[in-house]
Design a protein around this ligand. Structure first.
Ligand code: SF4
Length: 453
């Protein structure tokens, strides 16, 4: 499948149908072939697991206290390992067996009755410990399946639960799915991969690695929407790969609005004195540099901030509009210089004619691929389970999308066609090709009868 894409791209380059100046990256979430309500959440498993450790410790202490079993050698006083739980079950087995033998040997009904009553307690404990052992094993397997993620589906372990765009019930219900990332040029899918991450920001660097490793050398410009704009991603494209990121960031559009630019309490509008390294607030007070500090996010990426503090906020008439800091505390301001300089770089690049024009193509390049995939082919749900199969299925589907585009561009029915030069679209209502895709759509919409778990 990978070879298909590599060779298809070579053909496009040879025929000069793509210019190799940029790739356009975007992602979409596609529902997995997993049943509803089959979710397993990491947090719940961690909570149940902690409860189990506490309860099993408590029960073990009880057993020692009532002298049902002898003390076992423990590796850790915090929790009982699966091996130790098995030892406890074995000891309880022996105790129950000893009672069984005594009952068997006795002819006195009263004694037998008494022994049976005494046997009840170790039997109950044994049942509970067997259950603990089973649950402990289950939680261990769950944690292995989670890997670095927070959820999985019982019917497709590789899928994670995420919020889909098409939320028909309008209740924000999470569905098991895959995040499909594609890199396009000229509306052709040139590389793709699937990820279990529900956010585009986290898939960007691994996806660029996939492209470089499996598909082709990255062109000069890497274009993506604001979902991919982060300090880590900009740094990776600029420093590690030596390419130009044409990627906006969350505030990019907002920054251009009059409301944003005229807001006196927006710290981006506060005057900055480079020499004194101080900002001036709307009340004319100075915010002086106080210290540097680092913040590490949950993915272990560290950002460095400069902290500034206002000299005196006491009695400020604008306080309620400016800060939510407690009375007596001065307004603080945190500035990430790397991020600010990256934002300046992006703004400059997007305002340049050539790069601005390349960024402008983003919407008409990558979005139609998803449009065709979902709206025309009705490919909104996978029909197979597991990473490998899902990756193959989406690969076949992108091959179909590419061939449809290629056929349209190179067909002799295309009035705009002049081979190797034309990039104009063609009326796809012509015969044959739609026929082929109607059948293809029918095939894709059928549940597969093989290859399922
Ligand atoms: S609260 Fe402090 S920082 Fe804000 S306007 Fe008043 S003096 Fe300036």
């Amino acid at each position: 499948m990978r070879q298909c894409f590599v060779q298809f791209r070579c053909q496009l380059v040879e025929e000069k149908q793509i210019e190799e100046e940029a790739i356009f990256i975007d992602g979409t979430k596609i529902e997995a072939n997993a049943n509803k309500y089959t979710f397993v959440w990491r947090k719940s498993v961690e909570r149940y697991s902690a409860g189990l450790v506490e309860r099993s410790n408590q029960m073990y202490e009880e057993l020692l206290e009532i002298e049902i079993i002898p003390e076992i050698e423990r590796e850790s006083s915090d929790k009982l390992s699966a091996g130790k739980l098995s030892s406890i079950i074995e000891s309880l087995d022996e105790t129950v067996q000893a009672y069984d033998e005594k009952i068997e040997a006795s002819d006195d009904t009263a004694v037998r009755k008494e022994l049976r009553t005494q046997r009840k307690e170790p039997k109950q404990y044994r049942k509970l410990f067997r259950d603990y052992l089973r649950r402990k094993e289950k939680y261990r397997t769950d944690m292995e399946i989670f890997g670095n993620f927070n959820s999985y589906s019982k019917t497709d372990h590789d899928a994670t639960f995420m919020r889909m765009k098409d939320d028909h019930m309008k209740n924000g219900q999470l569905k098991a799915g895959y995040d499909v990332q594609v890199a396009t040029e000229g509306q052709y899918t040139l590389a793709y991969n699937i990820f279990p991450n529900p956010t585009d920001t986290r898939t960007f660097i691994p996806f660029l690695d996939t492209i470089e490793k499996d598909f082709f050398e990255l062109p000069n410009h890497i274009v993506a929407d604001a979902g991919y704009g982060s300090e880590q991603n900009y740094g990776d494209v600029l420093e590690n790969r030596g390419r130009i990121p044409l990627i906006t960031y969350n505030q990019y559009r907002k920054e251009k609005k009059k409301k944003f630019r005229d807001d006196p309490f927006n710290t981006a509008n506060w005057a900055y004195d480079e020499q004194a390294d101080a900002f001036t607030c709307p009340n004319g007070q100075r915010l002086w540099f106080s210290n540097f500090f680092n913040r590490m996010d949950k993915y272990r990426f560290t950002r460095t901030f400069k902290a500034y503090e206002c000299e005196d906020c006491s009695g400020c008439p604008l306080r309620s509009l400016c800060t939510k800091a407690k009375d007596g505390n001065n307004r603080k301001l945190y500035v990430n210089e790397t991020w600010e300089s990256q934002k300046v770089y992006i703004r400059e690049k997007l305002s340049e004619e050539k790069t601005g024009e390349i960024y402008g193509k983003r919407k008409i390049d990558v979005e139609p691929v998803f449009g065709f995939l979902k709206a025309n082919l009705s490919f909104t749900r996978f029909s197979v389970r597991g990473n490998a199969k899902v990756k193959n299925e989406i690969g076949f589907t992108f091959v179909a999308v590419n061939l449809r585009k290629y056929t349209a561009m190179n067909s002799s029915w295309n009035p705009d066609y002049t081979k190797g030069k034309s990039k104009k679209t063609w009326n796809h209502q012509k015969p044959v090709v739609p026929c082929f895709f109607s059948y293809f759509r029918l095939v894709l919409s059928q549940p597969l009868f093989c290859g399922r778990k």
